[in-house]
Design a protein around this ligand. Structure first.
Ligand SMILES: Cc1ncc(COP(=O)(O)O)c(C=O)c1O
Length: 428
C-alpha cells in the first residue's frame, strides 16, 4: 500500500492512544508512517530519517534492528512463538526470571511474575499486596499511598494510583480510593495501620514531566514502610534497564522495594512483556491451600518470543558493556543540556542519567497557556530538524536509546534548540 492509501485507511479505521482524533483525522494532518528502524534512527514511508529521541515511547534500549536481538527473536521462532504459562513453563521465561534476579544482588527480590506491559506489572503488585495482607491475618491493611502527579499506567487499578488529573480524574467514581500525598515529608502524618502498599516512581516521576525526587527520598520511604509494615512498590517501568546509568534506579542508592515493576525496556523495546519482582516473604504468604493461590494472569504471560528478546537485551548489556560506555555519554548529555539552558524560553532542565526533560515557558518565566500546546508545536518543528519526540505538556522529553553516539546527542540537542527558538521567538 502506498502512503496515501495507508493514511486514508488509518483515518477511516484506527483510533490512536492519547490522541485527540478530531485533530488526527483533520485533512491538514499528515501522520508519519514509520516503516523501518536502524540503530537510533527511524525511517518513514518517504524514506526520511529521524533520530528516535524518545526511544519509541521510552521502550528502545540498544537501537532498532540490533543483530543480537533480531537473531534471538528469529531463533525463538524456529521453536515456538507462544505457549501457555498457566500450568506449563518454558525455557526462556525460566532463564529470564533467573537472570533478572541475578541482576539485583543485595535485594530480597527473588520471585518473578510475568505479564504484558507497565500497567499490568502494576496491577500484579496491587493485587498481590492486597491478597498478601488478607492471607497473613491483617485484612484491614488494604489502603494504598501514592504521590501527586504520579503515573502508573492506564488500566483501572494502575490509574487509581495515578495522580495526573487530566488522565485520571474523570474515572474517579470507578477507581479504588488512594491516599495521595504531595511529598515524602507528609508521610510523617499518615497513619500506616490500614495501609498495605506505597507506590513510587523512584528517582524521577516520568509522565509528571520528569520531576526529580529529593536525594534520599527512597531511604525515607523504605524507613516509613518498614516502621508501618507497608509493602513498598517501585515502579521502574520508565527508569529500568540502564536509563538512569544503572540497571535499575533502586541501585543508585541501594534501597530495594518489596515489589519492582518492570516493562518497556525489558525486551529492549522489541515486544510487550513485563515482570513484577517480589520477595520470598510475599511469595510465602500465598502458599497453602488452593484458594490461597494468586488467581491472576493474562493469555500472554511468559510469552516465549518476548522472553527471548529480553534475554538478548540483557546479553547485549553485558557483551557491549553498555552501562560502562554510557557514563561518558551521560556526562556529554549533561554538558550539552547545560548549553540549552541559555535559551530564554528554557525554564528548567531536569535529568536523571540519560533521561531528560526540558521545560519551556515564556521569557518572563510564566507558563504558556496549555491550550496553545507549545510543547507539541516544538516537537513538530524538531521533526523538521530530524528528531522525533513527544512532549509532556510544555516539557520536552529527551530519552535517547542508550546506543546513541555523542554526535547523535549533539544532533538531538541542536534540533531541539532550533525548534524552541523557531516556535517561541515569534510568540514572546
Ligand atoms: C512509570 C510508569 N509506569 C507505568 C507505565 C505504564 O506502562 P504501559 O504503557 O506499558 O502500560 C508507564 C508508561 O509510560 C510509566 O511511565
Amino acid at each position: 500500500m502506498n502512503t496515501k492509501t495507508l493514511v486514508q485507511l488509518d483515518k477511516a479505521h484506527v483510533w490512536h492512544p492519547f490522541t485527540q482524533m478530531r485533530d488526527w483525522i483533520a485533512p491538514e494532518h499528515q501522520p508519519l508512517v514509520l516503516v523501518a528502524g536502524h540503530g537510533a534512527w527511524l525511517e518513514d514511508s518517504f524514506g526520511r530519517r529521524y533520530l528516535d529521541a524518545n526511544s519509541s515511547i521510552w521502550t528502545n534500549i540498544h537501537g532498532h534492528g540490533h543483530p543480537i536481538l533480531d537473531q534471538a527473536v528469529r531463533e525463538q521462532l524456529e521453536h515456538v512463538a507462544h505457549t501457555s504459562f498457566l500450568g506449563f513453563t518454558n525455557p526462556k521465561a525460566v532463564e529470564l526470571a533467573a537472570r533478572l534476579v541475578e541482576l539485583l544482588p543485595g535485594s530480597s527480590l527473588t520471585k518473578v511474575f510475568f505479564s504484558d506491559d507497565g500497567s499490568t506489572a502494576i496491577e500484579v503488585a496491587i493485587k498481590m499486596t492486597v491478597q498478601f495482607f488478607q492471607q497473613t491475618e491483617r485484612p484491614r491493611k488494604m489502603g494504598f499511598v501514592s504521590f501527586e502527579n504520579a503515573y502508573h499506567g492506564d488500566t483501572l487499578g494502575a490509574s487509581s494510583l495515578g495522580g495526573i488529573s487530566l488522565f485520571h480524574d474523570r474515572f474517579k467514581s470507578h477507581q479504588f480510593p488512594v491516599l495521595r500525598i504531595g511529598s515524602v515529608e507528609s508521610l510523617a502524618t499518615v497513619d500506616g495501620s490500614e495501609i498495605a502498599g506505597l507506590i513510587v516512581e523512584p528517582l524521577m516521576q516520568g509522565a509528571a514531566g520528569m520531576r526529580l525526587w529529593p536525594l534520599s527520598a527512597a531511604k525515607a520511604l523504605r524507613r516509613w514502610c518498614d516502621q508501618n509494615e507497608v509493602l513498598l512498590i517501585f515502579d521502574e517501568v520508565m527508569t529500568g534497564f540502564g536509563r538512569t546509568g544503572k540497571y535499575f534506579a533502586c541501585q543508585q542508592d541501594h534501597v530495594y522495594p518489596d515489589f519492582l515493576a518492570l516493562a518497556k525496556g525489558l525486551t529492549g523495546g522489541y515486544l510487550p512483556l513485563a515482570a513484577t519482582l517480589t520477595t520470598e516473604k510475599v511469595f510465602s504468604g500465598f502458599l497453602g491451600s488452593y484458594e490461597k493461590a494468586f488467581f491472576y494472569g493474562h493469555s500472554y504471560c511468559g510469552n516465549q518470543l518476548g522472553c527471548a528478546a529480553a534475554l538478548a537485551n540483557l546479553a547485549v548489556f553485558e557483551q557491549e558493556r553498555v552501562l560502562q560506555k554510557l557514563q561518558p555519554k551521560i556526562e556529554h548529555l549533561a554538558r550539552r543540556l547545560h548549553g540549552l539552558q541559555d535559551l530564554a524560553n528554557v525554564r528548567e532542565i531536569r535529568r536523571a542519567g540519560f533521561i531528560a526533560g526540558v521545560e519551556i515557558a515564556s521569557q518572563n518565566g510564566e507558563p504558556f497557556d496549555w491550550r496553545d500546546r507549545i510543547g507539541a508545536q516544538i516537537c513538530l518543528a524538531a521533526r523538521r530538524h530530524g528528531i522525533l519526540t513527544r512532549p509532556i505538556g510544555d516539557v520536552l522529553v529527551l530519552m535517547l536509546p542508550l546506543c546513541v553516539s555523542c554526535e547523535e546527542i549533539d544532533l538531538a540537542i541542536h534540533a531541539m534548540g532550533k525548534a524552541i527558538i523557531e516556535v517561541c521567538a515569534p510568540i514572546d
